[in-house]
Write a protein that binds this ligand. Structure first.
Ligand code: UTP
Ligand code: MG
Length: 604
């Protein structure tokens, strides 16, 4: 691995610190030498400026004053030019290196946050708003970039400018030098005061900024709901309210800034006046030469300028620190461990599953599944039926370990599920989610998404045929290369579901889970899918969640769920004989169907 790659791969978990200075320092790892170079260049550039004023003093005093020149004019002119070149050149270098540092560190930070977000648990994602995550990984990272690019380097610059020029002043005249810095304690006190105020105001501003991004993001994702309920005005008002709050907080932040600048400007202005006054008086009295006074007039500006900027920088640095904390909040979250586990089977599982008194809760104390026990053999079909909210999705989500059950045991091929690495389970368990999501990429890319290798077109088509979507895709002008979403075709709910089924089938999982996957499909297409799946389900353990008895009649085991419990289980024929929910549902569904058929017959 090259050094550059090692720097990019540095684990930023190490950069987490309760002390923000320490944390920011750690973020810079791998770029520190460059940054040091940037600061040294700033120093050289500042030194050249100082020497320029010294040369000015020599020039004035030797050509217009008492002492006689020992260096010729051309050489002096050359000196001025050389110094200007040094000053400009090193200023450029420092800017370049500082930019490389700030862009480099934040590039790595952005990559790392993205990587980290991919590995956070389901639980974290369902409890955190997308808008907030987006805001933190863009706006806050940007504030950190400004911290490295402008503020920290600026800080080094003003400190060096101050030290070098103050040193020169001391050499010119100690009395003058001391007079030039009497205002420093006042500036430092004022900066400290505003630093605290502005940190707080900026924190509140960024919080509200996150609220606004969340509002916007939710509104865009839910635009159909907004339109369907004609709630545009409500949404506009809500946005306006959030935006007004951001405006207020932004105004407060600006007010703090705008109070700080005049205060520091007045102090600095007075300081310069005092310096000029004392300097001029001394020059008139002949205590210093005119050349010294001219050099002093230049130098004092380069002492006051850093002083004034120091305050400004201290105040701006606070924003970088607030953002550092907001970003680190994300990195502090533990990743879901994909690879830990002590059993590593070489091949896919056989697919035998045993649930023993399994219970599960999302929030402590609120059981969503209780005392679930059943068994299934490899290749069997298990159907789940039950009212909405009865825990069907929660149950199947335990299998790929999206969540871990809280008590009891699930055995896969006789081994406790928690002993398998999550990566292994997710490779061999395919799930078609209740509300599948397709990416704004081509249909082909969507179908091959889970495979991670080049797939021959025949395989893709076979999966699409099994999901009864091949003909639909063929009818698009660009076939499998048709884009889905914003820039391409808008698929219907049922088409989306079928693309999602194809995507999961192509993965060729040993355990297949279809969570209500045929709910947006008409009865005819459903029968078609069922037919195709019959073949595909042969060697796999399959879980089907469905509401139509038609689709689950063939199951080897039907679990009827209610309120997190299994209330009935068995085969279709057994369940019909029992007096229970199953028979009730069956009767209702067949009656509706019969009536429909009768109506169709009489109409015909
Ligand atoms: P499920 O999502 O498991 O229900 O939620 P279900 O049987 O699949 O329902 P339908 O048919 O798709 O509508 C079971 C319970 O778990 C809670 C829900 O509020 C519900 O009461 N739940 C679900 C959570 O608390 N957190 C979640 O992230 C998901
Ligand atoms: Mg569900």
């Amino acid at each position: 691995m090259s050094i550059a790659q090692a720097v990019l791969n540095y684990d930023l978990k190490n950069a987490i610190s309760n002390n923000r200075f320490v944390g920011l320092w750690r973020l810079m790892r791998g770029f520190r030498l460059k940054y040091f170079g940037a600061v040294v260049s700033v120093g050289i550039s500042a030194g050249a400026k100082m020497v320029t004023y010294m040369l000015l003093r020599y020039f004035v005093d030797s050509y217009f004053g008492e002492s006689s020149p020992t260096v010729g004019l051309p050489l002096i002119a050359l000196g001025f030019v050389g110094l200007a070149l040094i000053e400009g050149g090193f200023s450029f270098l420092s800017g370049r290196w500082a930019a490389q540092t700030s862009e480099g560190t934040t590039r790595r930070l952005r990559n790392y946050i993205y990587d980290h977000i991919q590995h956070l648990s389901f639980k974290y994602h369902s409890g955190t708003s997308t808008g907030e995550l987006i805001q933190r990984s863009t706006s806050d990272v940007d504030a950190i970039r400004r911290f490295f690019g402008d503020q920290a380097i600026g800080f080094g610059r003003v400190v060096l400018l101050f030290v070098i020029n103050f040193g020169a002043l001391l050499r010119l005249n100690v009395q003058l030098a001391l007079v030039s810095v009497v205002a420093i304690p006042v500036v430092v006190l004022a900066s400290a005061f505003f630093f605290r105020k502005i940190t707080k105001a900026y924190e509140q501003f960024q919080e509200q900024d996150a609220v606004l991004s969340t509002t916007l993001q939710e509104n865009l994702s839910g635009v159909r709901v907004v339109k369907a309920f004609a709630r545009q005005q409500y949404e506009i008002d809500k946005f306006e309210k959030d935006n007004f709050e951001k405006f207020k907080r932004g105004k407060r932040l600006l007010l703090m800034h705008s109070m700080f600048w005049p205060v520091s400007d007045v102090i600095c202005g007075l300081q310069i006046l005092l310096g000029y006054y004392v300097g001029a008086t001394m020059a008139m009295r002949g205590e210093i030469t005119v050349g010294t006074f001219l050099a002093y007039m230049g130098l004092i500006v380069w002492i006051i300028f850093p002083m004034r900027n120091l305050g400004r920088l201290i105040v701006q640095i606070s924003t970088g620190m607030v953002s550092y904390n907001r970003v680190m909040d994300i990195l502090r979250e533990n990743r879901e461990d994909l690879d830990s586990g002590d059993v590593h089977p070489a091949g896919p599982p056989r697919g035998e599953l045993i649930f023993q008194n399994v219970s599960f809760e999302y929030e402590p104390g609120k059981k969503v599944l209780e005392d679930i026990s059943f068994e299934c053999q490899p290749g069997q079909v298990i159907a789940l039926l039950g009212s909405t909210g009865s825990g069907k999705t929660s149950l199947v989500n335990l299998l790929p370990r999206f969540y871990d059950y809280t008590s009891g045991q699930i055995l896969l091929d006789g081994v406790e599920l928690k002993r398998y690495p999550r990566r292994y389970l997710r490779r061999h368990i395919g799930i078609v989610e209740q509300e599948p999501f397709l990416f704004s990429r081509s249909i082909r890319e969507n179908i091959t998404y889970g495979v991670g290798r080049e797939v021959p077109q025949e395989e893709v088509e076979a999966a699409a045929k099994a999901a009864a979507i091949h003909d639909v895709i063929q009818s698009f002008p660009q076939g499998y290369h048709t884009l889905v979403g914003e820039k391409g075709v808008t698929l219907s709910g049922g088409q989306k579901q079928r693309v999602a089924i194809a995507r999961t089938l192509l993965k060729n999982p040993r355990i297949l889970i279809l969570d209500d996957s045929t709910s947006s499909v008409d009865t005819e297409t459903e029968a078609e899918i069922r037919q195709a799946l019959q073949n595909l389900m042969k060697d796999r353990t399959t879980f089907i969640i469905a509401h139509r008895i038609q689709s689950i009649m063939i199951a080897d085991l039907i679990l009827v769920m209610d309120g997190g419990h299994i209330v009935q289980c068995g085969r279709h024929e057994d369940l019909l004989e029992q007096d229970g929910i199953y028979r009730k549902i069956y009767n209702i569904q067949t009656r509706i169907e019969e009536e429909l058929n009768k109506e169709i017959a009489s109409a015909g």
